[in-house]
Design a protein around this ligand. Sequence first.
Ligand code: IMP
Length: 429
Amino acid sequence: MSVRVIIGSQWGDEGKGKIVDHLSENVQHVVRYQGGANAGHTIKFDGKTYVLHLIPSGIFHPNTSCIIGNGVVIDPEKLLEEIKMVASKGAHPERQLKVSAAAHIILPYHKQMDQAREKSVGDAAIGTTGRGIGPAYIHKTARTGLRVMDLTEPETLKKKLVYLLEEINIQLKYLYKLPEIALNPLLDQLNLWGEQLKPYICDTSDLLHKAYEQNESILLEGAQGALLDLDHGTYPFVTSSSPTSGGACTGTGLPPTAISKVMGISKAYCTRVGNGPFPTELHGADGDKIRQIGREFGATTGRPRRCGWLDLVALKYAIRINGINELVITKLDVLNTMKQVKVCTGYELDGTFTDVFPKSIAQLDRLKPIYQGFKGWECDISHCKKRADLPEEAQALLTFIEHETGVSIKIISTGPDRSESITDANFTA
Ligand code: IMP
């Protein structure tokens, strides 16, 4: 049995939800370990599409347990809405879902602060999802956050909130010019959420240790992507958590030695939503075509995603910082009508060649991608059930990616539906 981490190896939106759903049928536990309702994991089956923001993408497999780990920041209102939604679609959250007592919660003021800050900083805006992620992690790090366990301890909660609101209200009033928050209505709301969430709350790290000791299979579902990682991404245009494989340990309590497989998910091209550097971004017709065909609009915010060619320098960087030893290429079908497909193999930076992904935003903005061109296959690939069924031009592209990265491709996604995937014959979930 194995512990596998699923990592977005670009800037998020790689199609992790579909792959986690695909693998979950044969997995006992699926665990979210970081981020919050900024994520939008899309699953499509039986002609219907579901978007999950907090609940792990295994929830539609009735025998799979779904765990929200301590590293996630939980918006109780959104979680309760999502619990209702999945229950109405046939899932069994009362039996399948567990929520870490140690996870931090997103309070209404976190969302207000996130949105107000984005509005007030002009060009320095990150283009956040406005879901309160940054402020919630700020308070976690400052040790002034509230945790899920606090929702079930009304006396402790009241004491903490009285103290916290003194500081929060100063910030809201003077920094953001927003109305102050009154204690009692917020307290009532939090107590109500606590009552509603109580059946799901437990020590998920203990639960996972026991599952691991009993050799049960565990899938750790990353949200966002490696290039949005707080430490390793395109800082400051990043999210406030660690989507990389290291974050899977701190966000669940499982040790690094438990993880045997790290699966990196990459689109056959690149997208980014929000601000920040994107070396292979396409500003013309090809970018618009990818956006339209790939339906590249944010699953959480509906924002149009920026689109560009696959960047192998960035992918190799993601492979190194995560220890990715299995690759998945998604949305290959989106390139079906392209006459030529390009892949970035290096950069020119100030007149010199480099194959290192720079850490400086100024350098990232200055570099020019160097491309290798591939003849497009210009046909539908939805009927392909094996890699050998794919047109030879598509196979050449996949072989090139494997050769350049040194990592073999285990799954190729050829359409949005659960059934539209080509899985390597030797792959085991
Ligand atoms: P935040 O996580 O809402 O603070 O946003 C920080 C940056 O991460 C912004 O550029 C967002 O667009 C981006 N981001 C956050 N979550 C996702 C996601 O699930 N997919 C893609 N981009 C995301």
